[in-house]
Design a protein around this ligand. Structure first.
Ligand SMILES: [Zn+2]
Length: 79
């Protein structure tokens, strides 16, 4: 997959939000970190929670990260 910003070939992998089980064991509380998406005129929408693992591509040249979340149809929530 080519980077949409700089056309470099991207590296395939996975993303997850840190914390989860390890932070629960060591801190005694669950991390509530979420990755949210906000657009002009839109509310915040959660795209990734701590427990989610999504396929992703990372560009080692410019740092662009793409996620393949299963969350679709966010625009319908804005009506
Ligand atoms: Zn790039």
């Amino acid at each position: 997959m080519k980077c949409p910003q700089c056309s470099q070939e991207m590296i395939a992998g996975q993303t997850h939000i840190g914390g989860g089980t390890a932070s629960f064991l060591f801190s005694g509380s669950l991390s509530l970190a979420n990755l949210t998406f906000k657009a002009p005129g839109w509310s915040n929408h959660i795209l990734q929670e701590t427990s989610d693992v999504w396929p992703a591509h990372y560009c080692d040249q410019c740092g662009t990260l793409t996620l393949e979340t299963t969350r679709v149809g966010l625009s319908t929530l804005e009506k």
